[in-house]
Design a protein around this ligand. Structure first.
Ligand code: PLP
Length: 424
């Protein structure tokens, strides 16, 4: 036992000090604070929120119908359900496999899919089945959960003045390299890829993605492939799943979510795919099936997604469900197109918005991300997300989302293209 414990006679509770290393507050709470302050000072201002990546369209009718039916089943002792399988009900897993994978020529076993209550949860928790000595690589900028959960685990070293963790390999994605990350020079073991990307909205071609699969195979690394925005892919040559790439079954874990696909951000349902071939190693060099570790983790720490919610998710795959979610996605993507065209018309360099509901723009005149946030809020009463919140290479960029209503999006465009007014 360390001196710290002995010195206090064992009477004090020592916290996980890794949490204290996390800088400031989480991105969206800082945005919340600034918006709160602004609305207190400007109570009449009508704020348009193009910041947090949350959907606004209600759940599709087919989903609601399935949910109602499932609620009624829970009210009848003949059809009532208690604890379900931790990994998810087979009725949902079979639909996932048939519609999301077999339709693209990918075969998966039912025990390779784990239904969960969110990709944030899964992308955050996955790191705990891997050793602390692994080196991680992340594209930068990216969804902050990957880094923060590794900080909490103690895998990232210390933060430098440049805002970078000493033990993380950052893979810059900027306008200069077309947002295409370059393979790490040294060896890393855990690689987080988010495609289509949040926040930049960019995607990789099959040829580009193949390089990552090959790197992982050569270096016995594992790719953690977050495709929460897969449903937004519009272009034909963009892979929808990493398993479309030869060899990926041996090295990739894929995360998908119903959140952005079908408006489940508040309803909560997602899934993680871990093919049996994905292999980790003990420090003695013995191979271990990663699927088994995740199964063990989930059966110990998770008790499954509610039956009602899994029936709702299943309805996404019905004919009506598919048509209805497609309509929702088209709705958001029309917003994306309109925002992007508006920004380009105003002379901004704008990216994304084609295969993802995010528009990533370069701030004007070298302005930093938070200054641009304050400017947009104070002058146009529009809330966006500062790029630097997604990583050091996001500095000087800004993210707008297509998830607001069409009316709010149109109003935001009107404000941006008209002389500044004080009456919003
Ligand atoms: N992954 C990415 C890249 C995201 O942007 C988000 C949400 O914004 C999530 C995962 C979280 O998804 P879920 O709602 O399934 O937890």
């Amino acid at each position: 036992m360390s001196d710290a414990y002995n010195g206090f006679g064992g009477i004090m509770t020592i916290v996980n000090e890794n949490y204290l290393k996390l800088p400031g507050s989480y991105l969206f709470s800082e945005i919340g604070k600034r918006v709160h302050k602004f609305t207190e000072e400007n109570p009449d201002a009508k704020i348009i929120r193009l910041g947090i990546g949350d959907v606004t369209r209600p759940l599709a009718p087919a989903v609601i119908e399935a949910m109602h039916k499932a609620v009624d089943e829970m009210a009848d002792e003949k059809t009532f359900r208690g604890y379900g399988p931790e990994q998810g009900y087979s009725f949902l897993i079979e639909k996932i496999i048939r519609f999301d994978y077999e339709s693209r020529g990918i075969n998966l076993g039912v025990d390779e899919v784990f239904v969960s209550d969110g990709s944030k949860i899964d992308t955050g928790n996955i790191q705990e089945i891997f050793g602390l000595e692994n080196k991680i690589a992340v594209t930068d900028p990216v969804y902050p959960v990957y880094i923060d959960t590794n900080v909490m685990a103690g895998r990232t070293g210390t933060m430098g003045m440049d805002g970078k963790w000493s033990d993380i390999t950052y893979l810059p994605c900027t306008a200069e390299n077309g947002f295409v990350p370059v393979l790490p020079e040294g060896k890393v073991q855990m690689i987080y890829l988010c495609l289509p990307n949040n926040p930049t909205g960019t995607t990789l071609s099959k040829t580009e993605l193949k390089k990552w699969v090959d790197y992982a195979k050569t270096n016995k690394a594992i790719i953690l492939f977050d495709s929460a925005y897969e449903a937004y892919i519009q272009e034909d040559d963009v892979p929808h799943s990493i398993y479309e790439i030869e060899g990926a079954r041996e090295v990739a874990i894929e995360f998908r979510s119903f959140s952005k696909t079908a408006g489940f951000t508040g309803t909560r349902c997602a899934y993680t795919v871990i093919p049996k071939e994905v292999t980790g190693y003990t420090s003695a060099g013995d191979s271990v099936e990663v699927n088994k570790l995740w199964n063990r983790r989930q059966t110990t720490k998770f008790n499954g997604v509610p039956y009602i919610i899994q029936r709702a998710a299943e309805a996404v795959y019905s004919e009506a469900g598919q048509a209805q979610i497609k309509e929702q996605i088209n709705y958001y993507m029309k917003n994306a197109k309109a925002i992007k065209e508006c920004l380009e018309g105003l002379g901004y360099k704008a990216f994304g918005g084609i295969n993802a509901p995010y528009i990533w723009l370069k701030t004007p005149d070298g302005m930093d991300s938070w200054s641009f946030f304050d400017k947009l809020l104070s002058e146009y009463h529009i809330v966006g997300t500062p790029g630097v919140g997604f990583g050091p290479n996001g500095e000087g960029y800004f993210r707008l989302t297509a998830f607001a209503s069409k009316d709010s999006t149109d109003e935001a465009i009107k404000r941006l293209t008209s002389p500044i007014s004080t009456s919003y």
